[in-house]
Write a protein that binds this ligand. Structure first.
Ligand code: 5GP
Ligand code: MG
Length: 174
Protein backbone atom coordinates (compact mmCIF):
# COMPACT_ATOMS: atom_id res chain seq x y z
CA UNK A 1 0.00 0.00 0.00
CA UNK A 2 1.27 3.50 -0.80
CA UNK A 3 2.17 5.86 2.01
CA UNK A 4 -0.64 8.37 1.38
CA UNK A 5 -3.42 5.77 1.13
CA UNK A 6 -5.74 5.06 4.06
CA UNK A 7 -7.79 2.18 2.65
CA UNK A 8 -9.06 0.55 -0.53
CA UNK A 9 -12.67 1.52 -1.17
CA UNK A 10 -13.53 -0.18 -4.47
CA UNK A 11 -11.48 -3.11 -5.70
CA UNK A 12 -10.35 -3.74 -9.24
CA UNK A 13 -12.84 -6.59 -9.71
CA UNK A 14 -15.75 -4.53 -8.34
CA UNK A 15 -14.89 -1.80 -10.86
CA UNK A 16 -14.71 -4.26 -13.76
CA UNK A 17 -18.06 -5.83 -12.83
CA UNK A 18 -19.75 -2.45 -12.61
CA UNK A 19 -18.29 -1.26 -15.91
CA UNK A 20 -19.67 -4.37 -17.63
CA UNK A 21 -23.14 -3.51 -16.24
CA UNK A 22 -22.86 0.13 -17.31
CA UNK A 23 -21.69 -0.89 -20.78
CA UNK A 24 -24.74 -3.12 -21.22
CA UNK A 25 -27.11 -0.27 -20.35
CA UNK A 26 -25.22 2.24 -22.52
CA UNK A 27 -25.10 -0.19 -25.46
CA UNK A 28 -28.89 -0.58 -25.27
CA UNK A 29 -29.42 3.16 -25.14
CA UNK A 30 -27.07 4.03 -28.04
CA UNK A 31 -27.47 1.36 -30.69
CA UNK A 32 -26.73 3.52 -33.73
CA UNK A 33 -23.39 5.02 -32.77
CA UNK A 34 -21.94 7.50 -30.34
CA UNK A 35 -19.33 10.18 -29.78
CA UNK A 36 -17.68 9.63 -26.41
CA UNK A 37 -16.17 12.78 -24.87
CA UNK A 38 -13.93 11.94 -21.90
CA UNK A 39 -12.96 14.80 -19.60
CA UNK A 40 -9.19 14.70 -19.13
CA UNK A 41 -7.27 13.52 -17.26
CA UNK A 42 -9.23 11.78 -14.51
CA UNK A 43 -11.40 9.69 -16.83
CA UNK A 44 -8.57 8.11 -18.87
CA UNK A 45 -8.58 4.66 -17.26
CA UNK A 46 -12.36 4.49 -16.87
CA UNK A 47 -13.07 5.45 -20.47
CA UNK A 48 -10.44 3.04 -21.79
CA UNK A 49 -12.14 0.13 -20.00
CA UNK A 50 -15.67 1.33 -20.77
CA UNK A 51 -15.32 1.79 -24.53
CA UNK A 52 -13.74 -1.64 -24.94
CA UNK A 53 -17.01 -3.08 -23.65
CA UNK A 54 -19.14 -1.06 -26.08
CA UNK A 55 -20.01 -2.84 -29.32
CA UNK A 56 -21.41 0.07 -31.41
CA UNK A 57 -19.52 2.22 -33.88
CA UNK A 58 -18.09 5.10 -31.87
CA UNK A 59 -15.65 7.96 -31.88
CA UNK A 60 -13.68 9.37 -28.97
CA UNK A 61 -12.87 13.07 -28.69
CA UNK A 62 -11.15 14.44 -25.59
CA UNK A 63 -11.93 17.64 -23.74
CA UNK A 64 -9.74 19.03 -21.00
CA UNK A 65 -11.01 21.27 -18.22
CA UNK A 66 -9.30 22.67 -15.14
CA UNK A 67 -11.87 21.99 -12.45
CA UNK A 68 -10.30 21.24 -9.11
CA UNK A 69 -7.95 23.30 -7.04
CA UNK A 70 -6.87 23.53 -3.45
CA UNK A 71 -9.12 26.42 -2.52
CA UNK A 72 -12.08 25.27 -4.65
CA UNK A 73 -12.81 28.89 -5.46
CA UNK A 74 -12.28 28.61 -9.18
CA UNK A 75 -14.95 27.90 -11.73
CA UNK A 76 -14.10 25.29 -14.40
CA UNK A 77 -11.94 26.59 -17.25
CA UNK A 78 -11.53 25.14 -20.73
CA UNK A 79 -8.00 23.84 -21.34
CA UNK A 80 -8.39 21.86 -24.58
CA UNK A 81 -11.53 21.81 -26.73
CA UNK A 82 -12.92 18.93 -28.80
CA UNK A 83 -12.12 18.68 -32.51
CA UNK A 84 -15.09 16.65 -33.79
CA UNK A 85 -18.37 17.90 -35.27
CA UNK A 86 -21.13 17.00 -32.82
CA UNK A 87 -24.11 18.33 -34.79
CA UNK A 88 -26.95 15.77 -34.77
CA UNK A 89 -24.73 13.16 -33.07
CA UNK A 90 -25.47 11.26 -29.88
CA UNK A 91 -22.82 12.39 -27.42
CA UNK A 92 -21.82 10.88 -24.09
CA UNK A 93 -19.60 12.91 -21.75
CA UNK A 94 -17.50 10.69 -19.45
CA UNK A 95 -15.91 11.88 -16.22
CA UNK A 96 -14.20 10.24 -13.27
CA UNK A 97 -16.19 11.77 -10.43
CA UNK A 98 -19.15 14.07 -9.93
CA UNK A 99 -18.86 16.33 -6.89
CA UNK A 100 -20.46 19.79 -7.04
CA UNK A 101 -21.47 19.19 -10.66
CA UNK A 102 -19.75 22.38 -11.87
CA UNK A 103 -17.42 20.55 -14.24
CA UNK A 104 -20.12 18.50 -15.96
CA UNK A 105 -22.43 21.50 -16.16
CA UNK A 106 -19.66 23.54 -17.80
CA UNK A 107 -18.86 20.82 -20.35
CA UNK A 108 -22.55 20.17 -21.07
CA UNK A 109 -23.18 23.86 -21.73
CA UNK A 110 -20.14 24.05 -23.97
CA UNK A 111 -21.05 20.95 -26.03
CA UNK A 112 -24.73 21.84 -26.30
CA UNK A 113 -23.63 24.82 -28.41
CA UNK A 114 -22.60 22.24 -31.05
CA UNK A 115 -26.25 21.08 -31.41
CA UNK A 116 -25.85 17.34 -30.73
CA UNK A 117 -28.89 15.07 -31.16
CA UNK A 118 -28.51 14.10 -27.50
CA UNK A 119 -26.06 14.86 -24.71
CA UNK A 120 -25.68 12.29 -21.91
CA UNK A 121 -23.30 11.96 -18.99
CA UNK A 122 -21.54 8.98 -17.47
CA UNK A 123 -19.43 9.14 -14.29
CA UNK A 124 -17.58 6.35 -12.53
CA UNK A 125 -18.11 7.90 -9.10
CA UNK A 126 -20.89 10.14 -7.82
CA UNK A 127 -20.29 12.00 -4.57
CA UNK A 128 -23.41 14.05 -4.29
CA UNK A 129 -26.22 12.27 -6.03
CA UNK A 130 -26.24 15.12 -8.53
CA UNK A 131 -27.87 13.93 -11.68
CA UNK A 132 -25.86 11.92 -14.19
CA UNK A 133 -27.50 9.64 -16.76
CA UNK A 134 -25.11 6.85 -15.80
CA UNK A 135 -23.23 6.54 -12.46
CA UNK A 136 -20.92 3.68 -11.45
CA UNK A 137 -20.72 4.01 -7.65
CA UNK A 138 -21.94 6.47 -5.04
CA UNK A 139 -19.17 7.52 -2.61
CA UNK A 140 -19.00 9.62 0.54
CA UNK A 141 -18.63 13.35 -0.01
CA UNK A 142 -16.05 13.55 2.80
CA UNK A 143 -13.67 10.96 1.32
CA UNK A 144 -11.07 12.24 -1.12
CA UNK A 145 -10.50 9.30 -3.42
CA UNK A 146 -7.61 8.42 -5.72
CA UNK A 147 -6.68 5.66 -8.13
CA UNK A 148 -8.07 4.29 -11.36
CA UNK A 149 -7.42 7.66 -13.03
CA UNK A 150 -8.12 9.94 -10.06
CA UNK A 151 -5.15 11.82 -8.68
CA UNK A 152 -3.82 13.58 -5.64
CA UNK A 153 -1.32 16.25 -6.70
CA UNK A 154 -0.92 14.41 -10.02
CA UNK A 155 -0.09 11.07 -8.37
CA UNK A 156 -1.88 7.76 -7.89
CA UNK A 157 -3.78 7.72 -11.19
CA UNK A 158 -2.12 4.36 -11.87
CA UNK A 159 -3.56 2.50 -8.88
CA UNK A 160 -5.81 -0.30 -10.23
CA UNK A 161 -8.39 0.31 -7.46
CA UNK A 162 -10.17 3.31 -5.87
CA UNK A 163 -8.70 4.24 -2.49
CA UNK A 164 -9.31 6.86 0.19
CA UNK A 165 -6.52 9.34 0.78
CA UNK A 166 -5.24 9.65 4.38
CA UNK A 167 -7.26 12.16 6.40
CA UNK A 168 -4.30 14.45 7.14
CA UNK A 169 -3.72 14.92 3.39
CA UNK A 170 -7.46 15.37 2.73
CA UNK A 171 -7.42 18.49 4.86
CA UNK A 172 -5.00 19.99 2.34
CA UNK A 173 -7.37 19.44 -0.63
CA UNK A 174 -10.69 20.39 0.94
P1 5GP B 1 -17.08 19.07 -9.57
O1 5GP B 1 -16.86 20.10 -10.60
O2 5GP B 1 -18.24 18.13 -9.87
O3 5GP B 1 -17.17 19.64 -8.17
O4 5GP B 1 -15.77 18.23 -9.47
C1 5GP B 1 -15.44 17.28 -10.38
C2 5GP B 1 -13.94 17.19 -10.49
O5 5GP B 1 -13.31 17.39 -9.20
C3 5GP B 1 -13.60 15.79 -10.91
O6 5GP B 1 -13.47 15.70 -12.30
C4 5GP B 1 -12.29 15.54 -10.19
O7 5GP B 1 -11.22 15.95 -11.03
C5 5GP B 1 -12.31 16.44 -8.97
N1 5GP B 1 -12.66 15.70 -7.73
C6 5GP B 1 -13.78 15.82 -6.97
N2 5GP B 1 -13.75 14.99 -5.93
C7 5GP B 1 -12.58 14.31 -6.03
C8 5GP B 1 -11.98 13.27 -5.24
O8 5GP B 1 -12.50 12.76 -4.22
N3 5GP B 1 -10.78 12.83 -5.67
C9 5GP B 1 -10.15 13.31 -6.77
N4 5GP B 1 -8.97 12.80 -7.09
N5 5GP B 1 -10.69 14.29 -7.54
C10 5GP B 1 -11.89 14.77 -7.18
MG1 MG C 1 -11.72 15.81 -13.48
Amino acid sequence: MHEDIERVLITRSMIQRRIAQLATVIANRYKDGLVVVPIMSGSIIFVADLIRQLPMKLRVDLISVFSYNVTKNHKPMLHKDIGTQLKDKDVLIVDDILDTGDTLKFVKERLSLCCPASLGTCVLLNKTEQFSDFSGFFVEKDDFVVGYGLDYDGYYRNLPYIAVLKKELQDAVH
